[in-house]
Design a protein around this ligand. Sequence first.
Ligand code: 3H9
Length: 694
Amino acid sequence: MTAINPVTDLSKDGDIAVVTLNSPPVNALSANVRDGLVEGFRQAKADPSVKAIVLICDGRTFIAGADISEFGGQMKGASLFDVQKEIEESPKPVVAAIHGTALGGGLEVALCAHYRVAVPSAKCGLPEVNIGLLPGAGGTQRLPRIAGVEKALEMVTSGQHVPAKQCLEMGLVDELAPEGKLKETAIAFARKCVAENKPLKKVRENNAKLEAAKGHPEIFANFRKANARKFRGFKAPEANIQCIEAAVNSPTFEEGLKTERKLFMELMTGDQSAAQRYAFFAERQANKVPDVPDDTPTIPIKKVGVIGAGTMGGGIAMNFANAGIAVTIVEVKQDALDRGLKVVRGNYERSAKGGRFTMDDVEKRMGLLTGSLKLEDLADCDLVIEAVFERMDIKKDVFARLDAIVKPGAILASNTSYLNVDEIASATKRPEFVIGLHFFSPANVMRLLEIVRGEKTSKEVVATSMKLAKTIGKVAVLVGVCPGFVGNRMLAQRTREANALVLEGAMPWDVDRVLYDFGFPMGPFAMGDLAGLDIGWVKENSKSSTIREVLCEMDRRGQKTGAGFYDYDENRNAKPSPVTEKIIADFRAKQGINPRTISDDEILERCLYPMVNEGAKILEEKKAIRASDIDTVWLNGYGFPVYRGGPMYWGEKVGLDKVLAGMKAFQAKMGDAFKPSALLEKLVAEGKKFGDVK
Ligand code: 3H9
């Protein structure tokens, strides 16, 4: 074995050379990796005793892509194209051996090998679109040549990781290796190439699948149309489509590559990709808790209890069953329990019908769920999560009872979205085992989990919760105890301003349109209609004191009643409502408000600047570890457009000085709801950014 450089080795198995990469954590194509590959292949090719070459990776995965952290900086060493040329033009057959994931630049390297062998658990994909990019090393030109135009369009615009078996079917992989036997299988395959004198297949020369799409521009038109909603606001999907179009319509492979290069550079230097790359690293950074090191002991979680079988409780339970963890769901009444389990089954069956898993899997998952009417049945759980009514006295009562029932050493968690976790913990004799696990609705779908660390929560319980979040596929963000935590606390600012704007002269659909155009999936009023305007509304106490109350009193309770802020047709399409308009006009008149014209800019600034300001307060009070954690909350739980990076990132893009000046101007006109946070003032005075806050 020869060490080519610190991350690359060259060894031989008879007449087969093996180039092995070992660059943890994911063998990303950093300068060292690129240099090692070029040199490794040069030496293997120069050795006359070598007849074929295998490229394989150590560690948990094949190459997971270009090194994203290098983007935007000065590139050093060999280029990715140099690497590809060494491989593709090799006069000796090259076999790529894939395990883990071959992603982005990693798959683009593998596509330059003459053959590919993979273990069944491996996955291949071009996920660049998720960081606002396109595959910039020939991926958009080679993939349609091997997988066909339709499949390629789907893969590059979704970024999906395709399982090896499907890759085999579409020709992306030539042979499957038994699990754990990748290296020997790839070497045997290479030997077969030599023995049978197999051709040195170059994907770039294979045009048959492109020919089939030539003269059919409707393939692209239809694809664009079918995905218009999904791609709204994003630049990268369209650029990816244009590259595949170029693969079909360019006279040569090289011409197609030129289009790919041009569009790649446009995206790479653009704002959207910068924001999406930031979001990628922010999400991973959120896993790191400075005073809870990686080696903190964790509590094994084998059995989970969930209290409440409503939408929230059922959704929470599904997360654990999906991960193979047994769950006991406790309800007060049998019919509520039956109803809850029926909804869960219905959700699973829908997923199975959609092809996400088999009916066997439905039964497996349902088999992990046990219903009960007795809290006592939670005694041997390792973690119990309550999702009961959001009232402190009820929560405290449940926790006191749980404390007496559930075995010592088990974690007691609250799904509260707002209440004081320390006060809840005070109802128990084990406050160090109490934590907030704030799931977002629908809990089986939404990726965000706010983990609320109480004053006394132990490090083990924090570490266990963070690890568990990963097991159940959630993006976890650790937050501190304060009303509404990070997400809802900032949302309250936006909600207040959205309502105030309507009182002052805007219409709900004006506010919604501005926020929708900004990139949110829907505005606050459409959202209210969807969720139901009567959440938290009590008929007996209703005094027509807000427009929302008036709407509820008129039985305009949102989509479910066919009317709320908007009117809805039978397909739930929303239309601005003349009834609501009149309600608003009457309400303003009663309050003596003279409506004024409000600009779109004011709507946006009024809704978003106070959120940035509140985020600054959250940082100041150390209720979030870092600004990027706040962004991660908003990107994954509240539909903040990822191509704008999150509210804190966006605030910096706008300019913190501009946000501060805006807040001051609003404060002068409208009072102290707009009082700038001390941190915002300080950062602007010192010319610093949120990232500088330690
Ligand atoms: C590209 O290839 C462009 C080319 O087409 C053209 C170029 C000209 N770079 O996610 P994890 C780090 S664009 C740098 O927690 P998992 C990550 O930050 C790229 N670092 O693990 C984390 O670091 P830390 C296309 C990377 O097992 C650690 O690795 N490829 C990269 O849950 C572990 O990550 C992609 O977009 C990278 N490419 O998931 C794939 N990837 O420990 C992006 C990871 O310090 N990566 N890191 O926090 C992924 O999707 C997942 O990381 C993966 C593993 C599925 C691979």
